[in-house]
Design a protein around this ligand. Sequence first.
Ligand code: ADP
Ligand code: MG
Length: 413
Amino acid sequence: MGGMFERDTDIYHNRDALREDYQPSRLVGRDKELERYKTALQPVINGEQPNNIFLYGKTGVGKTAGTRFLLDHLIDDAAQYDDIELTVKLLNCDGLSSSYQIATRLVNKFRDESNQISTTGYPRPTVYDMLWEELDSCGGTLLIVLDEVDHIQDDSILYQLPRARANENLSQAKIGIIGISNDFSFRDDLSPKVKSSLCEEELQFPAYDAQELIEILQQRADSAFRDNVLDTGVIELCAAYGAKDAGDARQSLDLLMKAGDLARDRDTETITEDLVRDAREELERGRIREGITGLTQHGHLVLYALITLEMQNGTPIRSRDIRPRYTNFAEQIGVDPLVPRRMRDHLGELSMLGIISAVERNEGRRGGTYREYSIDMDINMIVNALDETVTEVGIHESIVDLVDEDRTLSDYS
Ligand code: ADP
Ligand code: MG
């Protein structure tokens, strides 16, 4: 031996079992929802025209996993009937924004490798014609799953697909659409004609509670970890955090995996509750950093201004009172400050990301309302993520204690 790489598998038996794309053979805690979903799919087995189904629920509540699970069974069971030719295609719409893009991707899903069409350059009617041709020549019963359908900006395809038969674009194929969305307002914003065709059957998956998350985590941990690696209480702690955050199974699984990775990195034999807390902090830090990195320069300046005011006990604070500090910072680096309204947009974005909080207040007898802002996350983490901006603008005196000592202090307050 003595190679450069050595296996370190003391902690994990099968780490992949904690990944999002791992398909568990059994879903726990979703019996009622899956029963309704199954009923909505029943026409397929009966050889009837399938229902269009709209499934919604927050992220990580098992929409994709539940759909895959049922469709796998449906495909198996449909194979028992000679008169059903079932074809299922799944398309995740993340990264696709137009009906045009969806249509080209779908055409390619029905074509083989050597015969793919370009995803740009055709007139839309041409692409739709190609799609009808592919669908009809496939024939039989077709289920098309549009996962994360809320990314689509225009609803043309959501109208055209469910109505393809009624509009005589298809004569052979019986088609059903399953739309999956993380965002319920997406359904409300659909035009009435799309809503009535796409949402024939509506299903909702609620968030998981701690007990359900425990079952989900336990099931995955059994395949993922070696025996006796998990301390008692670890699963419960991950589930409790998950339930508190959003009832999101993905987030809880990520946390458990992060804890496992830390155990491996630190060469410990077991995963302890303390390790879970460290893992959570690290994930949180990553999330904040990612959120902050995605902001524009003005977003960074607004946030930096608010941080310094928070450190000086000046929060909660109104936008107009943040403004002088923000303007000062912008001028410091030779950037034109935004008008108040645009600056407020940035405050809105920061509060949407959960980095700051905004509280609505009443103006008293005049009846208007205004908002007051404060920092809603660990300041150290934010300052850390704002590193570049702090360096560029200079270290404000209020945060001197938070940054490394070897840096120079800016000369204003
Ligand atoms: P969504 O599509 O609603 O965002 P997913 O279906 O991707 O969520 O689920 C997120 C993760 O949690 C996946 O790894 C999935 O396997 C797992 N998961 C969700 N619900 C269950 C469940 N009821 N039983 C087992 N695993 C689940
Ligand atoms: Mg999903």
